[in-house]
Design a protein around this ligand. Structure first.
Ligand code: SAH
Length: 342
């Protein structure tokens, strides 16, 4: 008989699962799983011995297991391939920034969004990840760091997949991650990145979970954006910008616009001018990402000079912009390079 996995259940779900046992037992189990990282019921010292045995027979506590690890020569970036219970695999990237450790997790196996510059979508969507699997990615990173006397400071959902196409499991995971009995992570330390699923952005606003929203923009007009990102045919720039600004106002959190600089495609002075124009007056930052090469894609990185000019133009025209520090490109761990194999 396969054992049911308790990892990823909320306290309320645990209470229900073990009823008619008293609720305080569920609290103890939750603390053992989430606070103490215990994977084996026998080690739950605060439970009676017979209960531990009973639980071991019926349940297990399982998170994704590491299949492969690649360390970037920068010494700061590590990529892990994690195996899921059905034999599929996803990648996460652990980054050591000067402001702390952050993990970039995947929300789907593969991706159906079809962005022309991205490796994650080359084979289409295989399946959504469950809340438990996403939380497992984060726990893997947290445990890895804890083993090195470090801690996990922030989570970005910017790996493979479109998180807002896996909405319910995403929200369940975010709420669980935030619970005191789990990692108690502040929503401010969490960033959700989307290619622009407008109805889901509106829904997210109403959840009252003030995570940072990051919008993959990449072009300042509809023609170019639709050519780069098919999602723009469904939700155009006007609607996307309105939904993002609405999110910023409701959450009080500045929206980050990600803008990949593709050499000769969207990185000219004219593009910078249009971008500053459409974002003018919005509660927003821009994060410029020089294109990271993907073998199957025909784009080229921007020149250093065009990155500098673009950056300078935005910052002198009322838009706060930063250039994303490239991390882990030597192990294909940089933005847009993730796929389910190493
Ligand atoms: N689907 C979500 C989450 C993925 S985030 C989203 O689109 O936001 C991954 C980020 O890396 C996105 O901003 C994406 O547009 C960017 N990206 C994709 N391919 C890239 C590449 N080759 N070089 C640099 N950035 C890339």
């Amino acid at each position: 008989m396969t054992k049911k996995n308790l990892f990823g259940l909320t306290l309320a779900e645990l209470e229900k699962e073990i009823s008619p046992l008293p609720k305080f037992r569920a609290k103890q189990i939750a603390a053992n799983i989430y606070k103490h990282g215990i994977k084996n019921f026998e080690a739950m010292n605060d439970l009676p011995k017979n209960l531990r045995a009973e639980l071991s027979e019926r349940y297990e506590i399982r998170i994704a297991e590491v299949l492969k690890r690649l360390d970037s020569s920068d010494g700061l970036t590590k990529k892990f391939l994690l195996g899921l219970s059905d034999g599929k695999a996803v990648e996460i990237v652990l980054m050591n920034h000067d402001y702390g450790n952050s993990v970039c997790i995947s929300s789907q196996v593969g991706c159906q969004m079809g962005c022309r510059f991205c490796a994650s979508t080359l084979k289409g969507l295989e399946r959504n990840l469950t809340a438990a699997e996403m939380l497992g990615e984060i726990f893997f990173a947290e445990e890895f760091l804890r083993g090195r006397n470090q801690k996990l400071d922030s989570v970005v959902i910017m790996g493979t997949g479109e998180p807002l196409m896996n909405y319910d499991e995403l929200i369940k995971m975010l709420r669980l991650l935030h619970e005191d009995y789990c990692l108690g992570m502040s929503y401010r330390k969490i960033t959700v990145s989307t290619c622009g699923i407008v109805p889901a952005i509106k829904k997210l606003r109403d959840e009252k979970i003030p995570v940072t929203l990051s919008i993959s923009l990449h072009a300042p007009n509809d023609n170019l954006r639709s050519a780069l990102m098919p999602i723009n045919f469904a939700f155009d720039l006007k609607n996307l910008l309105a939904a993002a600004e609405d999110y910023a106002q409701a959450s009080g959190r500045r929206v980050t616009y990600e803008y990949i600089l593709l050499g000769g495609v969207n990185d000219t002075a004219e593009h910078a001018r249009s971008l500053a124009k459409i974002l003018g007056g919005q509660l927003a930052n821009v994060n410029l990402i020089p294109f990271n090469p993907v073998a199957e894609r025909n784009f080229v990185p921007p020149t250093k000079a065009s990155v500098k000019k673009f950056f300078h133009f935005l910052n002198t025209h009322g838009i706060t912009a930063t250039v994303r520090k490239e991390m882990g490109a030597d192990v294909n761990a940089a933005c847009g390079q993730l796929r389910a194999k190493l």
